[in-house]
Design a protein around this ligand. Structure first.
Ligand code: PLP
Length: 494
């Protein structure tokens, strides 16, 4: 007798998972892991008036309780270290562990933020050299590493554009042109800084239409802001022509370079006419990220904009490094000290462990992997664009599934049962029911095949038993959430 999908589902929903409890709820009076005798006498080191009168309410647990508790928690969390994570636009690639060792070096991790320059030479040298290397890779003249994320880099870059036009007395340059295929942070950043975002539609090929751009360029345009490759995973192949048009109109060109993973070592945006760009160290240069941090979104600028970069700048005098705050045209500080230095150390280690040729290989393999998945999947999940993609591809659910009332969300939820993180869904906004897949270069062919097999299987499952997809996932610690209630009446306490 064969078991039907419905019976399997009923069985799965009947198995009760061990209850998730807080460590404090598992506490039992007097239970201990290891009790250190003769450890520091805290009471003696804390001034009398500041010492607490009642002991802290800490969980009382055995060593095994603690090990199981934290191992259990770590298994509930999804990460690149455990499974494939093809989250489009996020570049969730594997992070070499040597980067972690570098970031943990006492000289970096133990440095006091207020240390005198003379006691921080190693960190200053790292920052200085990283800026120089990023300039060389991106074709820019100067870099700042202060911004804490990609969006913060955009914010810093547009502040610099504002300062530049203000200094030229062009206060009426208030518009930022963003194509509809730009990352959402682009128009959002423009609006946040008081600019008016001007939206232009992409052409049928997913690229900026120069004629449409021309119609929107004017003496009010401050910046033409492009995401390259754009959110459809397509390279803006007319970028030089676009940059020339922008410059003729007196505007600057900003490139959102969060997706440099597709270009690194191959394309230098500065050579294409880009005046300001940000990189995402936590994507392209491999830092574990997710859930909002930690990040580093340094920006590079051309010579004419260098004076406006945030202070302090790191300068080299002879063999010594020094922080320089004497920059009268600087926009000031955008982050405490030097930004998320730990992320920058990881980026630096990543650059030092890859030759120029290997960096090109990163981009080439990122592109190859995305096209491999696209070609394996596009018969079952129609692609937004017929041409080759860059580092990511945008697919959609087929009519056979949508006719049965199935959505991208159902496919994504079912993928979780197969042990994969879902791709980015419903983004970019210009593609209805988008499924945006970015495999990255660090994944093997076997992993991508397993993912493609699962996607194809889900396609078959959806056609035969749509309810299976609607009820998925079955194997995750938390089942499908009531998203409306979660948004309207969030339960924010345990
Ligand atoms: C990720 C991303 C951003 C935003 O970067 P954060 O570090 O999350 O602020 C901006 N643009 C593009 C194209 C991105 O992929």
């Amino acid at each position: 007798m064969t078991i039907t999908a419905k019976q399997k589902r009923d069985c799965a929903s009947k198995v009760e998972k061990p209850e998730m409890r807080l460590s404090i709820e598992k506490s039992s009076p007097g239970r201990r892991a290891i009790a250190f005798k003769n450890s520091i006498n805290a009471e003696a080191t804390v001034p009398q008036g500041l010492a607490r009168r009642t002991p802290p309410r800490l969980p009382e647990l055995s060593e095994l309780d603690v090990v199981r508790h934290y191992t259990g928690l770590s298994r509930n969390a999804f990460s690149v270290d455990t499974n494939f994570y093809p989250l489009g636009s996020c570049t969730m690639k594997y992070n070499p562990k040597i980067n972690e060792e570098a970031a943990a070096l006492e000289g970096f991790s133990g440095l006091h933020p207020l240390a005198h320059d003379s006691a921080a030479q190693g960190t200053l040298e790292m920052l200085y050299d990283l800026e120089k290397r990023l300039c060389a890779l991106c074709g820019m003249d100067a870099f700042t590493l202060q911004p804490a994320a990609g969006a913060h880099g955009e914010f810093t870059g547009l502040l610099i554009a504002r300062a530049y036009f203000d200094r030229l007395g062009m206060k009426d340059r208030t518009e930022i042109i963003c194509p509809d295929s730009a990352h959402g942070t682009n128009p959002a950043t423009a609006a946040m800084l008081g600019f008016s975002p001007v939206n232009i539609k992409s052409g049928a090929d997913g690229r900026v239409d120069p004629a449409d751009l021309k119609a929107h360029l004017s003496g009010r345009t401050a910046v033409v802001m492009l995401t390259i490759p754009n959110t459809l995973g397509i390279f803006e192949s007319r970028i030089e022509e676009i940059a020339e048009m922008a410059h003729k109109a007196g505007a600057l060109v900003y490139m959102d370079g969060a997706n440099m993973n597709a270009l690194i070592g191959i394309v230098r945006p500065g050579d294409l006419g880009v005046d300001i760009m940000h990189i995402n160290a936590h994507k392209t240069f491999s830092t574990p990220h997710g859930g909002g941090g930690p990040g580093a979104g340094g920006i590079g600028v051309k010579k004419a904009l260098e004076d406006f970069l945030p202070v302090p700048r790191v300068v080299k005098e002879g063999k010594a490094y020094r922080t320089d705050n004497d920059r009268p045209f600087s926009i000031g500080k955008v982050k405490a000290f030097f930004g998320n230095t730990g992320v920058l150390v990881r980026a630096y280690a990543y650059l030092l462990t890859h030759s120029r040729k290997e960096l090109c290989g990163i981009a080439e393999n990122a592109i190859l992997n995305a096209n491999y998945l696209k070609s394996r999947l596009q018969d079952a999940y129609p692609a937004r664009s017929g041409e080759y993609c860059m580092h990511e591809c945008v697919l959609t659910p087929p009519a056979e599934l949508t006719e049965k009332g199935l959505k991208t969300l159902d496919v994504a939820k079912r993928l979780l049962d197969y042990g994969f993180h879902a791709p980015t869904i419903y983004f970019p906004l210009i593609v209805h029911e988008a499924i945006m897949i970015e495999p990255t270069e660090t994944e093997s062919r076997e992993t991508m095949d397993a993912f493609a097999d699962a996607m194809l299987k889900i396609n078959e499952e959806g056609k035969a038993d749509p309810q299976l997809l609607k009820d998925a996932p079955f194997n995750t610690p938390v089942k499908r959430l009531d998203e409306v209630t979660a948004a309207r009446q969030p339960n924010l306490r345990w």
